[in-house]
Design a protein around this ligand. Structure first.
Ligand SMILES: Cc1cc2nc3c(=O)[nH]c(=O)nc-3n(C[C@H](O)[C@H](O)[C@H](O)COP(=O)(O)OP(=O)(O)OC[C@H]3O[C@@H](n4cnc5c(N)ncnc54)[C@H](O)[C@@H]3O)c2cc1C
Length: 381
């Protein structure tokens, strides 16, 4: 049922990732969550199976995969482990600004290293006082001879402490407001750049979320991404594309929770029969399944629009992100209830899926902000 818009090649790819996820990632998922450590073994596994290089052009060592194929991989991994799905989602988020605005030299240098798995990437937009209102950022980049000097602080950066390459946004002209923001590539080890607080999170505990601190951090002029003053556009163009990926994480978590609940319900006997025989519960599961499938189709549509650069793709990718991640929260929460007390226990995966689902409603723009994006498209700015 979930395959009718996929090509034969995409279906085979989906099956390959599904088997990898079930056989190699699922058995590690509870431990990754419990320990709260970055799953380097899963990173290596994805590298060995050429999944890190999916979204990059062949000339940079990539597979040249389309948006939907990348999203299929994220969905399949998220079905069994939300944290592990962030390995691919983090690459999409961090590398997309370089893909969009990078010069040939920047792409050759950075995308090649990211595609090979030699280096990891992160995206630094959010600041302690500039979240949804990212344009009110305080981090400054001042031109000084052959360098820009960065001062300020980013927070909640996924991959913060493990990345080597960072797409960072800073004010180059504060008087120009939103048109005074520029994008940069910052490399780990640049003097004046350090990692701050490591966040202790509710979910996606195998993803490292940290502050980035810039104190007179000098970065070469050639690390500017695109024209000066176009950084905010670049950040928004990135999110317009990568929201399909977060949507797919939500979808994977929802489908994974539903699959688990259905299989549990077939085995769990109460009142002398499997609880799956109770029509009240069957109807509840049927409704959840409808919403999961609707989310999938919206994501597939958004991926096709992003891929073709169709007008209005930004609104539809915001719809997909908002809808699929709300479905993820609803489905995972109801699946905990559907299996009863065991749903609440850490010996079973559903409580982890519920905690992991929560973040998908928040990052890459909260779902309130997605509605803002959709409404702007409907009503104009
Ligand atoms: C685990 C994690 C990982 C993250 N990874 C990254 C990353 O890699 N890179 C990065 O740059 N950022 C990252 N973020 C930041 C994330 O994108 C922000 O947390 C998010 O955009 C919300 O910003 P905020 O937390 O400051 O909330 P706020 O902006 O303070 O929002 C608070 C509440 O107000 C609502 N709100 C705000 N403005 C409006 C409005 N105009 N209309 C209606 N409601 C509104 C919000 O929806 C929310 O409910 C991450 C966050 C988390 C928690």
């Amino acid at each position: 049922m979930d395959n009718y818009t996929l090509t034969e090649e995409q279906r085979m790819f989906q099956q390959m990732v599904r088997e990898l996820a079930v056989n190699e990632i699922e058995p590690r998922a509870a431990e990754i969550d419990e320990k709260g450590e970055y799953p380097w073994d899963i990173f290596e596994l994805l590298k060995e199976n050429d999944l890190l290089s999916l979204p990059f052009e062949e000339k940079y060592g990539g597979q040249g995969a389309d948006m939907l194929t990348c999203c299929i991989a994220v969905e399949e991994i998220a079905k069994v482990c939300g944290s592990s799905s962030l390995i691919l989602a983090g690459i999409e988020l961090g590398a997309t600004p370089i893909k969009i605005f990078g010069t040939e030299e920047q792409k050759e240098k950075y995308l090649t290293q990211i595609a090979s798995g030699e280096k990891q990437v992160a995206f630094g937009l959010t600041e302690p006082e500039a979240g949804s209102d990212a344009a009110s950022m305080k981090t400054k980049a001042v031109k000084d001879g052959d360098f820009y000097v960065l001062n300020g602080q980013k927070c909640f950066c996924t991959n913060g402490e493990i990345a080597d390459i960072y797409s960072v946004f800073a004010m180059t002209n504060p008087e120009a407001g939103v048109r005074g923001i520029s994008g940069f590539v910052v490399e780990k080890g640049t003097p004046g750049f350090t990692i701050g607080k490591h966040e202790n999170k509710m979910g996606i505990r195998g993803s490292m979320t940290t502050e980035l601190l810039f104190d007179d951090c000098k970065i070469p002029l050639e690390n500017l991404l695109g024209p000066e003053g176009k950084g905010f556009n670049l950040a928004m163009m990135t999110l317009d594309r990568t929201r399909t990926v977060v949507a797919s994480q939500g979808l994977g978590l929802a489908q994974g929770a539903l699959d688990y609940a259905i299989s549990y319900m077939k085995d769990r006997v109460q009142f002398g029969k499997p609880i799956s025989k109770f029509q009240g519960l069957q109807f509840e599961v049927a409704e959840l399944a409808m919403e999961v499938e609707a989310a999938r189709q919206l994501i597939y549509r958004a991926c096709a629009m992003v891929e073709n650069g169709e007008p209005g793709f930004s609104g539809v990718s915001a719809m997909a992100k908002c809808y699929a991640t709300d479905v993820a929260m609803k489905v995972t929460t109801q699946c905990v209830s559907l299996i009863g007390g065991y749903g609440y226990m850490k010996d079973y995966p559903l409580e982890r899926m519920m905690r992991d689902a929560k973040i998908t409603q928040i990052y890459e723009g909260t779902n309130h902000i997605q509605k803002l994006v959709i409404a702007r498209q409907l009503f104009g700015k």
